[in-house]
Write a protein that binds this ligand. Structure first.
Ligand SMILES: Cc1ncc(COP(=O)(O)O)c(C=O)c1O
Length: 367
């Protein structure tokens, strides 16, 4: 049996309704911004439960432009975690700020108890990452942010439909950044991103930042960027946003089956804490396992497209050379990089594929 990581051929097996609407855009040649982008932005803000959504070119841009809108740049520090996708740190660097890492906790996201020790007089912002769709503990994080007068940009790129403490991820900080990359839970046919905010002033600044600072065709408020969500991609987004609840529910269902089966293998597999006040959306289903590399090769041989996200934490990457970190600085992230594995958990799996994955993992550890 094959258990693929990608589900895109199934998801887009019938693209006709989307293509029909795209054909309308081609007839009128309305390719940048306009009512279709606005429609998607409105659907997105309604779905997330925030006041404003601004469509941009990617999740990375959503984070970088958020920092720009909050006035964060040269001389400022932004705190995030070392075990995130490279784009989080890349967005901080692109904004001209300095990256400071803190370690993660057993649930693979920022260990908020270590946050305060990382704050310096230059710290201006915290960028918690709801990595893999696992929410960060935002209440204590916000208290620390308020105490030190810091901005908060949530990296919610993996976390559409996630919640913590009754609040939706991406609505808790000053802004939230979402990715619409093809393998995200809400995806489009290429790159795209969305910034969420409840602040009108930040919304207006972001609308200018993503579009050359243009107030109108002839007047420019400041020099800025070209990072608009494509009109054609907004059409795809409008079609797919209707499915997000179902997508999330399917992923949660499969993750719960995995959790229940793997809890019987506690000598080999560590399931992260699963507090009841969170809605985890399993953009990735990740576990810490013994003999990770052997298990990974075994599963690939068995047709299960398991992945490692990621084998080298950011503070040990060449890209971080100038930041002055070394091995041992973030022991939890370092241990996770050695032991973490992700199993396919997408909405187009069937129960037999989930069971097959469980059986093969059990077979590996029993052998
Ligand atoms: C945690 C995290 N942050 C940021 C990004 C960047 O999003 P994009 O690929 O849309 O630029 C991703 C995408 O994979 C991500 O997983």
């Amino acid at each position: 049996m094959k258990v693929p990581y990608s589900y895109l051929p199934q998801q887009f097996a019938d693209p006709a309704p989307i293509l029909e609407e795209i054909a309308e855009v081609i007839k009128v040649g309305d390719f940048t911004l306009g009512p279709r982008v606005e429609k998607f932005e409105n659907l997105f803000s309604d779905f997330i439960g925030c006041k404003h959504a601004i469509g941009v070119g990617s999740g990375t841009d959503a984070l970088f432009l958020s920092l720009k809108a909050l006035g964060i740049g040269a001389g400022d520090e932004v705190i995030t975690t070392a075990n995130t996708f490279v784009a989080t740190a890349g967005a901080i660097e692109t904004a001209g700020a300095r990256i400071r890492f803190v370690d993660c906790a057993d649930n693979y996201v920022m260990d908020v108890s270590k946050l305060e020790a990382a704050i310096t007089e230059n710290t201006k912002c915290i960028m918690p990452v709801h990595y893999s769709g696992q929410p960060v503990d935002m209440d204590p994080l916000l208290k620390i942010a308020q105490k030190h007068n810091l901005k908060v940009v949530e990296d919610a790129c993996c976390a559409i439909d996630a919640e913590v403490g009754g609040k939706r991820c991406g609505t808790i900080g000053d802004t939230g950044g979402f990715s619409l990359h093809p393998l995200k839970n809400l995806n489009i046919w290429g790159d795209g991103g969305v910034i969420t905010t409840n602040n009108e002033e930040i919304r207006d600044k972001l609308r200018l930042l993503r579009n050359h600072g243009m107030v109108n065709r002839d007047e420019y408020a400041f020099y800025a960027y070209n990072s608009r969500l494509d009109t054609v991609q907004s059409i795809v987004g409008c079609h797919l946003i209707k499915d997000v609840k179902w997508i999330t529910d399917m992923r949660i269902k499969f993750a719960e089956s995995f959790d229940s089966a793997f809890s019987q293998l506690s000598d080999f597999i560590k399931i992260p804490p699963r507090p009841a006040n969170e809605r985890r959306v399993y953009h990735m289903y990740m576990l810490l396992v013994e003999r990770r590399d052997e298990l990974h090769s075994f599963l690939l041989e068995q047709g299960i497209d398991a992945k490692v996200h990621y084998p080298i934490p950011l503070h040990l990457q060449q890209a971080s050379e100038g930041l002055g970190y070394k091995m041992g600085d973030f022991p939890v992230a370092e241990k996770q990089a050695k032991n973490i594995i992700s199993f396919p958990v997408h909405q187009h799996l069937i129960d037999e594929q989930v069971q097959y994955t469980i059986d093969k993992v059990k077979e590996f550890y029993k052998a």
